[in-house]
Design a protein around this ligand. Sequence first.
Ligand code: MG
Ligand code: ZN
Length: 218
Amino acid sequence: MKIPIVENILSANERLADENRRMLAEKGVLVVNVMSSPGAGKTSLILRTIEALREQMRIGVIEGDVASRVDADTIEQLGVPVVQINTGGTCHLDANMIRGSLDQLPLDDLDLLLIENVGNLICPTDFALGEALKVMIPSVPEGDDKPYKYPAMFAAVDAIVVNKVDLLPYVEFDLEGFRKLVVGLNSNVEVFEVSCKTGEGIEAWTEWLASRPTRQHG
Ligand code: MG
Ligand code: ZN
């Protein structure tokens, strides 16, 4: 029987995530788990978010990638503290990896911690990190059928930031139909439409983000 082993791993992760969540909430840090498929715009949205909010919030970033630190280097150029996690093949971050990174961040001097998960729409939803908010970024060129294919991801998140809306004239993407599908899976979700390239829609997203309480779940 393999199922109990998987359940034990997930419940051990859940306990660690709760510890992370409690500690970070006590320090007043709003923690956001940013998820998407590869190339949808996690790093771009993080960069735009830092630019928009850096005057009003002290921001730190944890970058999760299977390999390399190219995204972390890009973010570091903005002068915010960044920790790179290389998972070495694992397709998601987990609470233990986050725990290990927190020691390397100035938590007492942070208001917002953005965690870029590994690009993958499946298992990141199963591994809580200690976040207050889960955010997912679908991008217009990927098509509007993602909610059919990855319903668990769409059901689990607090916000959906549809990226690359500047490409809407060139691709098949029915925004109204997409919104209906998403709300059918998750009636509480906030949906934003942005272009990280042009900056369109970024303000609505960052205003919403900056007004969230540090403790949302649990
Ligand atoms: Mg990235
Ligand atoms: Zn995984």
